[in-house]
Design a protein around this ligand. Structure first.
Ligand code: XIL
Length: 347
């Protein structure tokens, strides 16, 4: 594909702003031709104040995941005192624009409030905190949030349990308890386990499946698995991603491609956004879409990118490197990867 990219280096800015000539039809949005949802991670303030951003969310996606707004540090900054204002603005946007919300996330080891990091108490007290947080949050959103990432990133890449505050203070049964509390608070909600490197690390995938299968056998409601898929143009291979997605589906779980981004600069260093690199990124998005479309319909749920444009990707600030992993550029224009993904979804 003859994609042309050019770099406009703005004086006074140290970074160059990449622009693309990706000429493809964006009408109808990414979600137009598929039965599963096409989601993206969003921020309430961007939705409110950034017209280009919110227009893209409205036009291209039919599901949104709050990127940070539903995390424990945002929702319960002070013990027992919940703060729902920004999260509710996101719900209002979703209702007004007919977008489904994927709730993210109830239990995680990152982005927890300061008071919780400092808390020391008995196992019983920790379970009470877990229960209160989950039930208050899930009940607050009620039927406006029909699906939740209940537990996020509980396993290490080698398949062992991650020694999070939850694990240390409650033991591995915090996972089961979390799903049970969420189900009690909203018996209609779809409940997901979510993690990264599920495709890349076979041991991790196996451990997750073993744990979740056991929960399901014991009647604990676990409906789906989110494969985050923070991947790069080089890694992991198509066959690894396909094997993991199919295995999860074969085990009876919904499969959510939950936080897709495709790094063009996984090892840091300079980025030359050549046509070759942009094509590699497009190919990777196409691979993901092809794999997702091949899954049995009953295991499909949503394909979600982690952010709208390269400007709001978490990667540059979080990992301290230049990167352009998403579907839209700094001007909210479609990149080659958008065009390629849109074409694949439409086939
Ligand atoms: C990221 C957010 O996008 C950033 O804004 C924040 O600084 C850190 O967290 N896995 C997850 C997401 O489950 O919640 C993370 O989101 C990215 C990795």
């Amino acid at each position: 594909m003859p994609f042309r990219s050019l770099l406009i280096c703005v004086a006074l800015l140290t970074a160059c702003v990449p622009e693309y000539n990706s000429d493809c039809n964006t009408e109808g949005g990414l979600y137009e031709n598929v039965d599963f949802k096409i989601g993206t991670a969003v921020a309430p303030l961007e939705l409110k104040f950034n017209q280009s951003y919110s227009n893209l969310v409205k036009d291209q996606f039919n599901q949104i995941t709050p990127g940070n707004a539903f995390k424990p540090d945002a929702l319960q900054p002070i013990q027992g005192s919940f703060s729902f204002n920004q999260a509710d603005e996101l719900v209002t946007f979703a209702l007004e624009n007919h977008k489904q919300i994927h709730g993210h996330c109830l239990v995680w080891h990152n982005q927890i409030p300061f008071w919780l990091k400092e808390f020391s108490g008995s196992k019983e007290q920790w379970v009470t905190i877990l229960e209160k947080h989950i039930k208050t949050v899930v009940r607050h959103f009620g039927e406006n949030v029909k699906a939740w990432d209940v537990v996020n990133e509980a396993f290490e890449d080698d398949g062992s349990y991650r020694e999070t505050i939850w694990y240390k203070n409650i033991g591995k049964e915090y996972i089961q308890l979390a799903f049970e509390f969420a189900h009690k608070a909203n018996p209609n909600a779809l409940l997901f386990y979510n993690d990264y490197n599920i495709a890349a690390k076979t041991k991790k995938c196996e451990a997750i499946l073993e744990h979740l299968n056991e929960l399901v056998e014991n009647g604990v409601p676990v409906h789906g698995i989110g494969m985050q898929l923070h991947i790069s143009i080089n890694y992991p291979s198509e066959s690894k991603i396909e094997t993991a997605a199919k295995t999860i589906a074969n085990n009876g779980f919904l499969v959510h491609f939950s936080e897709v981004d495709v790094s063009v600069n996984p090892n840091g260093g300079g980025v030359n956004l050549s046509d070759r690199i942009l094509n590699r990124q497009s190919e990777k998005y196409v691979q993901l879409a092809e794999i997702y479309k091949m899954l049995p319909v009953e295991n499909q749920y949503a394909f979600t990118t982690w952010g709208v444009s390269d400007l709001d990707s978490w990667i540059p600030s979080y990992f301290g490197r230049e990167d352009y992993p998403l579907l839209f550029d700094y001007n909210y224009e479609p990149k080659p990867a958008y065009c390629a993904l849109n074409e694949t979804l439409g086939q």
